[in-house]
Design a protein around this ligand. Structure first.
Ligand SMILES: [Zn+2]
Length: 218
């Protein structure tokens, strides 16, 4: 299956992408991983991306599209893939459509993870990270540490990342509405959009997604 996963920040997209890709035996292709891999391998696209990033600029669509195309052309993506973070705007979506069409392929589904806006803010703004180890993550409401501000695992100090404040989350949501949400309409016109609620336990959401994709057998 060729799937695009979309959803606002805080929808648990990365987590779901990993589980779904595993269940469907297809590679999980995330933009974050693509950038890291291309930059660390020093590819031409990686060098280009790094130059833009170092200058504090956004990486142009052509660079991102080029990385995604290279990755989709790898042998393990022959039978399908799950894209996470790409396309992130309509122009990237159009480039993806064209690229697939040129190879005689097409997407099977665009899975849209839906979360109410206030829930997104609650999820992200409640996150607290340990200063000693960023994998020690807590949440003031959903997985509170035994003692406020102190990591259960190592006793380190917990803090809120600058990216996780309510103000930043609201701004990220605005960008999502303005740039990424229009791709849902773009794919609705192609009859590809499957919308599911991203509320509930991780395993419940994965099950819901597999059912919505008609792959509850996998
Ligand atoms: Zn810790």
């Amino acid at each position: 299956m060729r799937i695009v996963l979309v959803g606002p920040p805080g929808a648990g997209k990365g987590t779901q992408a990993a589980y779904l890709a595993k269940n469907l035996s297809i590679p999980h292709i995330s933009t974050g991983d693509l950038f890291r891999a291309n930059i660390s391998q020093g590819t031409e696209l990686g060098k280009a991306a790094k130059a833009f990033m170092d200058a504090g600029n956004l990486v142009p669509d052509e660079v991102t599209i080029g990385m995604a195309k290279d990755r989709m052309a790898q042998p393990d993506a022959e039978g399908g893939f799950l894209l996470d973070g790409f396309p992130r705007n309509v122009s990237q979506a159009e480039a993806l459509d064209e690229s697939l069409k040129a190879d005689g392929q097409k997407l099977d589904a665009v899975l849209d993870l839906e979360v109410p806006e206030d829930e997104v803010v609650k999820r992200i703004a409640g996150r607290r990270i340990c200063r000693n180890d960023s994998s020690h993550v807590f949440h003031v409401a959903y997985s509170a540490p035994k003692q406020e501000g102190v990591c259960d695992t190592c006793g380190g100090e917990l803090y809120q990342r600058g990216d996780d404040t309510e103000e930043t989350v609201r701004r990220r949501l605005e960008v999502y509405h303005a740039e990424t949400e229009p791709i849902i309409d773009h794919y609705k016109a192609q009859g590809l959009v499957v919308t599911i609620s991203a509320l509930g336990k991780v395993t419940e959401v994965t099950k819901r997604a597999m059912e919505a994709l008609g792959r509850s057998d996998a």
